[in-house]
Design a protein around this ligand. Sequence first.
Ligand code: GAP
Length: 450
Amino acid sequence: MTQDSDSKQAGERSVSMDKLVALCARRGFVFPSSEIYGGINGFWDYGPLGVELKNNLKALWWQRVVRERDDVVGVDSSIIAHPRTWEASGHVDHFSDPMVDCRACKKRFRADQLDDAGRCSSREGSSEHDFTEPRNFNLMLQTQIGASEDATTAAHLRPETCQSLFTDFKRVREASRQKIPFGIAQIGKAFRNEITPRNFTFRSREFEQAEMEFFCHPSEREKWFEYWRAERLQFHRDIGLRESHVRNRTHDEDELAHYARAAVDVDYRFPFDWQEIEGVHDRGDWDLSRHGEFSGKDLGVTDEVTKEHYNPVVIETSMGVDRTCLALLADAYHEESLEGGETRTVLHFHPAVAPVKAAVLPLSKKLAEGARRLEGDLRRHFNCFYDESGNIGRRYRRQDEAGTPFCLTWDFDSQEDGRVTVRERDSMEQERVPVEGIVAYLRERLEVGL
Ligand code: GAP
């Protein structure tokens, strides 16, 4: 049903970023952090609908990458790591963007994004910019540990979640009795002092990553790289992103990050451009070798048969949780003209990512008792919403805008025949379904295609 509905596949995108940002704030998906103080650039809060969307995405990722497999295990590590971590990883030396300052307005720009300077106030009345020479600006956010503030207490908030998957590699391998090839996965916050946060949550200073590091023998690197490239592309299609809006893009050699031997992005066609939502990288043995060197610990493995001792090669999959949520929102948004000149705004989410699975709507306030009972039963299984205010058409519209796949109307007949009217979001078709079997009915439709 829903996801592949003709209207969505055929329909041209009807969303602009302005509309999406407005809907996200109005309906409580995502809005500026510290909004009452005017916001803080690069930081965002997820509201009641947004947190459900994000949690659903993270749960689907965890299910697919960790739970359904016997060769990937999960961890949850600290955000602040030993400072040597970032020296070994190369972030202290290499994790920087070249930037220039405008001498007139004192604003800072990424040297490779000087189109941003179009917004520079010094441009008014003149097309000349007075920029400083480019300087490297490290993107790691700093903090202090403990009471004194000197170099020995300086620490960084992690700029990627994966480094602890390397520093924990030996412990996790031994504790979980995993053998090469296997992976370690984690979902968590990362922080980057981005010079120019932009495009809503797309480039934030605080964001979440869902990362998996797959450790394999060097002779199998191409095989696993290709496997994870295809698997990760498929994941984004399975959670409902339109085929025509998702693609792989291979990095040219001069674009590769300092740790990468090869990289393929999963790109999504955002309203502003095709942009990366996930990276699949061949990191070689860079990380294990460097952490081995800096810690003085042997992080290598020994092949039981050949007795070869080696550092495994790492194939990494790194999904931006916030960017993928933004892609889900942009992809789902649709404005449809209805008969009578009305327009309905619908979020055509795949039911598995939809924040609310079913809304229970009594036709009249007098029917609240039975409807509340149904809601209570359903809440044990799904995230539900109860709404008895306004006419039924208006209540449907509110749910369409939140992306709720099913509305269950409890009417005067329901008390007699034990059935409710189920109205499906995309087709707007309605059918009478026995309350007794409603959980199974919904479950079958919520997990479609997964
Ligand atoms: N461990 C590898 C790594 O961090 P990356 O390409 O720098 O690789 C991976 O980041 C993913 O994290 C990106 O594909 C993107 O989805 C997300 N990401 C990176 N920087 C981000 C930012 N400033 N705001 C939101 N998401 C970001």
